[in-house]
Design a protein around this ligand. Structure first.
Ligand SMILES: NC(=O)C1=CN([C@@H]2O[C@H](COP(=O)(O)OP(=O)(O)OC[C@H]3O[C@@H](n4cnc5c(N)ncnc54)[C@H](O)[C@@H]3O)[C@@H](O)[C@H]2O)C=CC1
Ligand SMILES: O=C(O)C(=O)CO
Length: 386
């Protein structure tokens, strides 16, 4: 028999049983559910990543909806179990949902929610932080100081890259990629080259307007270019940040061949998903090109790094913390809870998942809608007129 899973229960007499596989920041998300007659069960198991068997035990015989995490494998087994338990709602507490088999969810009629928008700026800020840390060798310099090695100013000590006037390349200029581009352009007066399947019209307009502003003030204007191929970005840019979704078109997007066409002193940032980079190839490239630097928030075999990566001084590595600001994480919890609640209540789907602010205002009740359901169309769910 499966080992019982430890849980914390809120509103035990609630009619709808909602399970959260992890404790999430803030309490608003719990209150929103309990106020609407939900019994909320939060898994309190100590282990970081729950297995499919752990989650099956949490779902049990009766469960209306689950809030899950990007570390979990949501496929056929879990969606069929959720459906058998009477559930029709699942939400990732994440905008990325490459851990979810949406086809399986469709098969069992389970709505799949995600949490767009609330993490855009926070994630872009971390990508910008990694860009600066890599450009100015901040982690190496910090370690040098702490090791007691600093014995005086030197002309060659930790010389890095100046960003001003250089070119920032963005691959995947959606919400986060565009926010990152704006930060690097406005903050450091970089020119932009980007590659996306779609035109980033608002971003282009922003760069044009900012360029005009700089020109009117007697400064060199910034420019933008939409690249016809990803290779154009890799060849031209000095700093390249990856922000696409992870799917079969972006798996190992950065491989040995593509690394070889990048500038020898380029900086590569990844705050999207680890498998977008062939990490073993990256380790070899870092070894062979000491002036090439990377900033990584995500890893191919997360939570592990490929052998050799940790030893590379030209790599800055952080543990998938790009969305880790208090406001954002509480907002992600709120959106995930409202996705599940909305589906249980039979609410329609919010028409614009890029504009989720009304759900985040602590001072007013959220709209009667699901903020973001990725398979709404496939399930034939109605769109909100709000
Ligand atoms: N490290 C972290 O903590 C976080 C990581 N993420 C990751 O960032 C991803 C992007 O998030 P958003 O910007 O909100 O999504 P988004 O959907 O607004 O942007 C993704 C962009 O990638 C583009 N794209 C898709 N396939 C492509 C391809 N083959 N080549 C080039 N571009 C392609 C899309 O057209 C879209 O513009 C998420 O899916 C998630 O995996 C998101 C938040 C935090
Ligand atoms: O939202 C996501 O996709 C993350 O990676 C965590 O914020």
């Amino acid at each position: 028999m499966a080992k019982p899973i430890s849980i914390e229960v809120w509103n035990p007499s609630g009619k709808h049983r909602v399970v959260s596989t992890k404790s999430m920041p803030g309490t608003r998300w719990i209150r929103l559910l309990t106020d609407q007659d939900c019994r909320v069960e939060i898994c309190t198991e100590k282990k970081t990543i729950l297995s499919v068997d752990d989650i099956l035990a949490l779902i049990g015989d009766r469960c209306d909806g689950v809030i899950g995490q990007l570390t979990e494998d949501w496929g056929e087994v879990l969606f069929s179990a959720l459906r058998r338990a009477g559930g029709t709602a699942f939400s990732n507490m994440a905008v990325g949902y490459n851990n979810v088999d949406v086809t399986a969810a469709n098969k069992y009629g389970v709505a799949v929610g995600n949490t767009p928008g609330v993490l855009t700026e926070t994630t872009a800020e971390l990508a910008a932080s990694l860009s600066l840390a890599a450009a100015r060798r901040i982690v190496e310099a910090d370690q040098f100081m702490r090791a007691g090695l600093y014995d005086g100013w030197l002309p060659h000590l930790f010389v890095g890259n100046l960003l001003k006037g250089q070119t920032v390349g963005v691959i995947g200029a959606g919400r986060i990629g565009s926010a990152y581009a704006r930060m690097m352009i406005e903050g450091f007066k970089m020119n932009l080259i980007y590659y996306d399947l779609y035109q980033a019209t608002r971003l282009e307009k922003f760069v044009t307007a900012y360029g005009q502003f700089l020109k009117a003030n007697g400064e060199q204007p910034v420019t933008w270019k939409r690249a016809a191929t990803m290779e154009d970005v890799l060849r031209e840019a000095d700093v390249i940040s990856l922000h696409p979704v992870l799917d079969k078109t972006t798996y190992h997007l950065i491989n040995t061949q593509r690394l070889s066409i990048m500038k020898k002193e380029a900086i590569l940032i990844n705050a999207s998903r680890g498998p977008v980079i062939d990490e073993a190839a990256l380790v070899e490239h870092l070894k062979a090109n000491p002036m090439f630097r990377v900033g990584l928030d995500v890893f191919e075999d997360e939570p592990f790094m490929k052998p050799g990566l940790a030893e590379q001084k030209n790599a800055v590595v952080v543990p998938h913390i790009a969305s880790a600001s208090k406001w954002t994480r509480e907002g992600m919890a709120t959106l995930a809870a409202l996705n599940v609640l909305g589906k249980i209540k039979g609410y329609p789907i919010w028409s614009n998942p890029n504009s989720v602010e009304p759900f985040l205002d602590e001072n007013s009740p959220p709209p009667a809608a699901c903020p973001s359901i990725v398979n709404a169309k496939q399930l034939g769910l109605p769109v909100s007129k709000l």
